[in-house]
Design a protein around this ligand. Structure first.
Ligand code: 26Q
Length: 815
């Protein structure tokens, strides 16, 4: 990209003048952030326009990634790096006496996602653009993203994430492309003005969907793809009649109801909510996106829809956008008079579905009542899809009525979104090898039997541009000094670092880099939450959503155990450790919130006990999010990936830690398995039961948690300390957690996630880890081997896999 420093300065001052009526001496941090971003967008804009033109001029297949979540984080630093103007911009700012670091922290995260699934979508967009594939995102422009987490009195308190309080300099509103989405109403059949008999809706509620585009800037090429996010509003504004009648509240009610659709991200991950507003959100953005695609298609190619799949492939990010399937049927049949069979054949060639979870409670289903009332015509179409499918099922399984019922898209009063996706689409993929195997052999085995050709694995990945090049500049320089550039676009080149695993100077340098990143994190946490971290200690980190299956509780039990052990035996002298947590709990997930309270209570106790000072510290990082992950991950020595085997579909932070030189302590779950395959068993700390052992114990009901308590008094002590007054004088605060482990509550089995079963081997893995850390060189050597073998976990590799097996896209070079 060409960079004209004078032009940039001019743009910057012009923006300050026009938007804020200020000159450079008057501008505050935020004004500067906004002006720098807007000026950077000016530079990116020609490429964005050229990319569009190129895609128009040379019609090829394009990918549309439909996702209710895009966890983009901050844009400025990433866009400057990807467009190759970071250094130039820094120089210009220095010239003007502005420190870049100073303004970078002004940008709010675009936190339009919960966790892994949303961040994966963001990494995919980065890789698609960088690899010069025509691939775009479609989603919702939530006015409020993932809530802001404060810790008050050790407890999570949620605050709204008002990320759009100031304008977002990166978005471009496209009012010219607004569409209407209809809800409710009655189905009618009758003549259109041109005499055709069609279904249409009467008395439907109409909502306006307005797109806001964000640029997705390639690294090292001219491609700029688009993330298009829809905002909801009322087409009629407020009701002037009611306003004149002085019924002010009712006058704006309609407007508010409409805007509520894109108001806020649901903060649940892996555990759905059957709330109508959520289904409204899903239909809102999928309908708008499909209308957008079909309008564009008809304008460009005419109404021969048999060509639609040649130009479009739509990837459904979990079941959240699956209602797109009947919506495309509706548009083709009701708006373009296509026959059922032709419409169905278009759908079957267009949609592919990714599954991200094996938790059965997370499989989305909607009661017929809610679904039919909100989307009457869509429901009718799903019914017809189901009617035809059930005929096939009867032929396939003539006497197996249970299977016929269970596999029906509509059964037991509900619509099963995953079933609809598997039946209608041409591809079903899991997100790590073990996950896909479990889908085929257990969770979706009946489906695998009838549609084996649809099933495939696509192991997740992360973009090294954000997670290494941007987040860890020192390590990036270390790499480039040794293997040159190129790894930024081809991560497997990191393999070249293996030459240096026995080079003392390299290991020393690696140790120094980690040390410096730890100091920077310590500095940040001192300012942000007045925490004091010792960079000499092992930084042992578990950052991810708070969920029972992820077993933050196992981590806490180990810390309580260590604490007891150090207190009981003052001569016990393990290496100093800092345990770092970051986690948001879904706001309605009581037990997850209790675990946050427990972590903070243990932290409070441990951090204030002189007897363990200098040996043990626990830090809960408030409001964990993408921009904080960018600081924590490069500073971590140990990556905690300790889910119950079989439950974490893939995990992606495990990959980010690996490329930043942290060693994994983990179970053989999700992508951890592939990580140790690449790095070697000796270069990670693997413990615990394996997925098949867990399944077996479950099936045989042979798991008896109390057995582990009888066998291991120090574990029994830890568990008892939840209720004996050690951490909470009332003994009540953590009783629910205690009982869920020891007895089982609310009809659940005790210790559903096998914490007690894995405790011993977890402790042993930690002991091994602590012993090995004493030899800093040997440790550094292992981290270098991990870095060198992390190439597989680039989302570039994942995207190439999707392209080869599912999307079949061609690269489009942009001039
Ligand atoms: C569904 C219905 C209603 C409200 C919310 C939801 C909902 C929202 C988000 C359900 C699930 C999610 C998110 C799931 C998720 O992040 N799964 C993770 O996906 C990652 C990327 O594939 C994997 O690495 C993780 O293992 C998986 O847990």
């Amino acid at each position: 990209m060409t960079f004209d420093a004078e032009q940039f300065k001019e743009n910057l001052t012009a923006r300050l003048r026009r938007q804020y009526g200020k000159d450079i001496t008057q501008a505050n941090k935020h004004d500067l952030f906004d002006a720098v971003s807007a000026s950077a967008l000016e530079i990116i804009m020609p490429n964005w326009m050229n990319t569009r033109k190129e895609y128009e001029a040379k019609p090829t297949k394009q990918l549309y990634y439909l996702s209710a979540e895009f966890l983009m984080g901050r844009a400025l630093g990433n866009n400057l790096i990807n467009s190759g103007i970071m250094e130039q911009v820094k120089d210009v700012l220095k010239d003007m006496n502005i420190s870049y670091d100073f303004i970078e922290d002004e940008e709010p995260d675009a936190g339009l996602g919960n966790g892994g699934l949303g961040r994966l979508a963001a990494c995919f967009l980065d890789s698609l653009a960088t690899l010069e594939y025509p691939g775009h995102g479609y989603g919702i422009r939530y006015e409020y993203g993932m809530f802001e987490q404060h810790i008050i009195n050790g407890e999570q308190v949620e605050f709204p994430d008002n990320w759009l309080k100031h304008r977002d300099p990166w978005e471009v509103k496209r009012s010219d492309l607004a569409v209407t989405v209809k809800f409710g109403g009655q189905i009618k059949y009758g003549k259109t003005p041109d005499g055709q008999d069609r279904f249409y809706l009467e008395n439907a509620e109409e909502i306006t969907a307005t797109p806001y585009d964000m640029p997705i800037v390639a690294y090292g090429s001219n491609t700029v793809n688009t993330l298009r996010l829809w905002q909801a509003s009322s087409p009629n504004g407020f009701d002037l009649q009611l306003f004149n009648d002085m019924q002010y509240h009712r006058a704006v009610e309609r407007q508010n109801d409409a805007e509520n659709i894109s108001r806020v991200l649901y903060p649940n991950d892996n555990g759905p909510m059957g709330k109508e507003l959520r289904l409204r959100q899903q239909y809102f953005f999928t309908s708008a996106s499909l209308q957008d695609l079909v309008h564009h298609f008809v304008n460009t190619y005419g109404a021969d829809f048999s060509k639609f799949p040649e130009y479009h492939v739509i990837q459904l990010n979990d079941t959240h956008p699956v209602v797109a399937i009947p919506e495309l049927m509706r548009i083709l049949i009701d708006e373009y008079n296509v026959g059922w069979d032709d419409a169905w054949s278009v759908v079957q060639k267009t949609f592919a579905y990714t599954n991200h979870t094996i938790l059965s409670e997370a499989l989305e289903k909607w009661t017929i009542e809610v679904f039919q009332k909100l989307l009457p015509r869509i429901y009718q179409i799903v019914e017809e899809i189901n009617r035809r499918f059930v005929i096939e099922l009867r032929q396939q399984f003539p006497n197996d009525y249970e299977k016929q019922n269970h596999m029906a898209i509509i059964h037991d009063g509900k619509v099963y979104m995953a079933w609809l996706a598997i039946h209608a689409g041409f591809s079903v993929n899991g997100v790590a090898a073990l996950h896909t195997k479990i889908l085929k052999e257990q969770e979706l085995k009946d489906w695998y039997k009838i549609y084996p050709e649809k099933f495939n694995n696509k192991t997740n990945g992360v973009t090294q541009r954000r997670w290494l090049l941007f987040a860890n500049p020192e390590l990036s320089d270390f790499i480039t000094k040794r293997i040159g550039h190129g790894w930024e676009k081809e991560l497997s080149l990191l393999k070249g670092l293996e030459k240096y695993v026995d080079d003392d100077a390299s290991l020393e340098e690696l140790i120094a880099i980690k040390r410096h990143n730890k100091e920077k994190l310590a500095e940040y946490l001192k300012h942000s939450q007045n925490e004091f971290l010792d960079p000499e200690s092992i930084f042992d980190t578990q950052v991810k959503r708070l969920h029972e299956y992820k077993r933050q509780l196992l981590n806490v039990f180990h810390i309580m155990y260590l604490y007891n052990k150090i207190v009981e035996d003052p001569s016990y002298n393990p290496p100093a450790r800092t345990f770092i947590f970051g986690a948001k709990a879904a706001s309605g997930y009581r037990r997850a919130k209790a675990i946050i309270k427990l972590i903070n209570t243990v932290a409070e106790r441990v951090n204030n006990d002189r007897r363990v000072r200098g040996k043990l510290r626990v830090v809960f990082v408030e409001n964990y999010r993408v921009s904080v992950a960018e600081k924590i991950i490069p500073a971590s020595d140990v990556s905690e990936q300790i889910s119950t085997a079989g439950f974490e579909a893939s995990g992606t932070s495990n990959m980010k830690f690996m490329m930043n030189g942290a060693l994994t302590i983990g179970t053989l779950d999700g992508a951890n398995i592939e990580i140790v395959e690449e790095a070697g068993e000796d270069n990670a700390f693997i413990f615990g039961l394996k997925a098949d052992e867990i399944v077996k114990m479950k099936q045989e009901h042979s798991y008896n948690p109390t057995k582990y308590l009888d066998r291991n008094p120090s574990l029994a002590k830890v568990v008892n300390q939840l209720v004996d007054g050690t951490y909470d004088p009332s003994g009540l605060l953590f009783k629910e957690i205690h009982d869920s482990i020891v007895y089982g509550v609310e009809g659940q089995q005790p210790d559903v996630y096998f914490i007690l079963a894995d405790f011993d081997s977890y402790v042993k893995a930690h002991e091994k880890l602590a012993a090995e850390y004493a030899d800093k060189k040997a440790w550094a050597r292992k981290t270098l081997i991990n870095i060198a073998n992390s190439g597989k976990f680039s989302s570039d590799r994942t995207i190439e896999d999707y392209v080869k097996d599912i999307w079949h896209l061609k690269k489009v070079a942009v001039k």
